[in-house]
Write a protein that binds this ligand. Structure first.
Ligand code: HGY
Ligand code: MN
Ligand code: MN
Ligand code: MN
Length: 419
């Protein structure tokens, strides 16, 4: 039962209409798919620019490809309070992951404008470039650039058609040549607060409308190549085969078993093989080689550092018996990141000022805040999503849940501005 009705005058209809409109920028045959760097993504960004302007935000694209909407504050020299998220999606992704953070930020800015409120700090709403793992294999492209952590190796990463990340960034108007140093120095952000769906089941199960994120897991992705020998499927006896896919199955099984054994003892540990490719990949040939992407997430840096090597060590005898080999190549990494008590307290104060129950919880999903944290204190507000599902077409949250989160975001920004 709510004890207060003096909510911030967020325009729920306008906010939900923007969610509906942004979700129309999707592939016709693959629901809610808007891959970063695609034409669809660029059309969505052109629309976002118009929405920034309607909300009194002046839009600009920084060298890292981040679309920034800025609103002046009373203290012109103060570092900005930043909110936002990402409008790119995974393949077959959701309508809300990332999207609600950008659109709620726009709504907060427009409401402040309509209320005639000028904050002490400048306010920025940022759509970060490619938070999701891009087709070049790198995630959080824009926020890494903001922190000066998009290195030459990443910029040289290629996607299937051979284009490098640097070429892709230049194609969308970013300036990859200007990324050798951080786009924003430590202290360049007064506070960053992002609204996001939980992408897990805790808030819905506990029936709590607002989550206050305590920390964001670290993520380590390793490309594991299993090498055997392609042979005729009909004439090669079982004891002479070097079947790379059977070897890959052992690796996948070992990764799963290790993550189950480590999970909750005491750290948060999950491991996934979400991408696999094999050659020659035809029904009548013994698989000669398999590439699989092993992703492990944890709040423990030691688990992240040792997991892939431990899996390869565990499967080595079995692979030798199969006469196949396996090797791992690090692809990307993000360190475990704590949210800042200063921001967490402001979010909790905002939630209680609006009589919303809140709950502190970790994030098993990665977020741009991991990199923005290099420029200033960060925090995240979670809202429940249906069944805790995300990164799938079934991803859903109710307009009322989005409204709850946006109200708390608005109040938290006022709280942070006062501090
Ligand atoms: O993969 C993640 O954790 C985030 O949703 N991009
Ligand atoms: Mn995501
Ligand atoms: Mn996200
Ligand atoms: Mn301040």
């Amino acid at each position: 039962m709510r004890m207060t009705t003096d909510f911030p005058p967020i325009n729920a209809q306008r906010l939900w209409q923007r969610v509906e409109t942004l979700s129309t920028f999707t592939l016709p045959d693959q629901p809610w798919t808007r891959r970063a760097f695609s034409d669809l993504f660029l059309r969505a960004r052109a629309w976002l620019r118009e929405e920034y302007l309607a909300a009194g935000l002046s839009p600009s694209l920084d060298a890292g490809g981040n679309l920034i909407g800025r609103r002046a504050g009373r203290l012109a020299q103060a570092a900005p309070i930043v909110t936002g998220s990402h409008c790119d999606t995974v393949v077959g992704g959701g309508r809300f992951d990332g999207i609600i953070g950008v659109l709620a930020g726009i709504e907060v800015a427009q409401t402040l404008q309509e209320q005639g409120i000028v904050l002490a700090h400048p306010l920025e709403v940022i759509d970060f470039l490619s938070e999701e793992p891009s087709d070049y294999g790198i995630s959080c492209v824009g926020s890494r650039a903001l922190a000066g952590l998009l290195d030459a190796g990443m910029l040289a990463a290629r996607r299937a058609d051979g284009e490098t990340l640097a070429q892709g960034m230049a194609r969308i108007g970013a300036d990859p040549g200007a990324l050798a140093r951080p786009l924003r120095k430590p202290g360049g952000t007064a506070a960053f607060v992002e609204l996001h769906i939980e992408q897990g089941p805790v808030l819905e199960t506990r029936q709590v409308p607002i989550g206050v994120v305590t920390n964001i897991v670290g993520i380590r992705r390793t490309l594991i190549t299993v090498t055997g020998q392609p042979d005729h499927a009909g004439t090669t006896p079982m004891d002479l085969r070097r079947d790379a896919l059977v070897g890959a199955a052992r690796v996948i099984e070992a990764a799963h078993a290790r993550a189950c054994a480590l999970s909750g003892q005491p750290h948060y540990v999950v491991a996934t093989v979400g991408r696999i490719a094999m050659t020659p990949n035809v029904p009548n040939a013994v698989p000669g080689s398999v590439e699989l992407m092993l992703e492990v997430r944890s709040d423990s840096q030691t688990v992240l550092d040792t997991f892939a090597a431990a899996v390869l060590e565990a499967v080595a005898p079995g692979l030798a018996a199969l006469r196949v080999s396996a090797a791992g190549e690090p692809v990307s990494q993000a360190a475990p990141t704590d949210c800042d008590p200063f921001v967490m307290d402001a979010i909790e104060a905002a939630a209680s000022a609006l009589a919303y129950p809140s709950l502190r919880l970790p994030s098993g999903a990665g977020h741009d805040g991991v990199y923005v944290s290099r420029t200033g204190p960060i925090g995240m507000i979670f809202v429940p999503c249906k069944g805790g599902r995300s990164h799938c077409p079934e991803e859903w949250l109710a307009p009322s849940q989005l409204l709850d989160g946006t109200r708390v975001l608005y109040q938290a920004i006022l709280e942070l501005d006062r501090r």
